[in-house]
Design a protein around this ligand. Structure first.
Ligand code: G3P
Ligand code: CA
Length: 231
């Protein structure tokens, strides 16, 4: 019997709410997501914030590079209105951890451009997770980041993400492979037990079920849940 994958809300329920805002994560949890995904970056004064891009230009009313701004400066900008949502403050990783701890969903945290910061992002993530009782998984496209994190927090599962070539062997510090869904289409026999991103189309959702994908990252958890129920 095919076991359906766990649904992971990519940047929250980002189809309907501005990505990485509290509203996006609250909706994802209300829509029945099993887990939520977030990207984290360090501010100039050392706070972890949930922002995907290097700069805040696309997802806020402001501009500038996250690592060059303090948390107080980031808080002056609206991260909700660009997507037609209510005005929203930048979400800190600690605030997201609070929500996740209260709701009991799994948290998938992705560190961005970690090489540039010499491991500081991974150290901060490991320390924040150690302080909160959450069911967390760490992810990165950087093998160096995953290796470094695993050394800091061996009990926390890790995902090595990839979008170009599918590695022949998973390194020992990665617990799960993290292919883009386009690679599942390309490799007919692969996918079992993986974290697959970002899956919104019905055909791709069916493919993930067929291949035995373990975690399915989607921008639209409610719709994906519906497709799974009908399949
Ligand atoms: O869930 C993994 C996926 O988020 C990787 O791509 O660019 O959306 O962070 P990106
Ligand atoms: Ca991500």
């Amino acid at each position: 019997m095919l076991v359906p994958p766990e649904l992971v809300a990519h940047r929250g329920a980002s189809h309907a709410r501005p990505e990485h805002t509290l509203a996006a994560y609250e909706l994802a949890i209300a829509e029945g997501a099993d887990g939520v995904e977030c990207d984290v970056r360090l501010t100039r004064d050392g706070h972890l914030v949930c922002v995907h891009d290097r700069s805040i230009d696309r997802t806020s009313g402001g501009s500038g590079v996250v690592s060059a701004l303090t948390l107080a400066e980031l808080r002056r900008h609206d991260f909700g209105s660009w997507h037609g949502g209510e005005p929203a403050s930048v979400l800190t990783f600690d605030e997201l951890l609070g929500l996740v701890a209260d709701s009991g969903v799994r948290l998938f945290v992705e560190t961005k451009h970690p090489v540039r910061y010499g491991g500081a992002v991974e150290r901060r993530v490991a320390a924040a997770l150690a302080a909160h009782p959450v069911d967390a998984v760490m992810m990165s496209f950087s093998a160096a980041a995953v290796r470094r994190f695993k050394a800091l927090a061996p009990a926390t599962p890790t995902v090595l993400l990839f979008g170009r070539a599918w590695p022949e062997r998973l390194p020992p510090f990665a617990d799960f492979a993290g292919p883009g869904v386009h690679l599942l289409r390309k490799h007919p026999a692969r996918g079992a037990g993986t974290y697959c991103w970002t899956v919104d189309e019905a055909d791709d959702i069916a493919l993930c079920v067929e291949r035995g994908v373990r975690f399915l990252a989607t921008n639209n958890p409610a719709q994906t849940r519906g497709v799974l129920a009908d399949s």
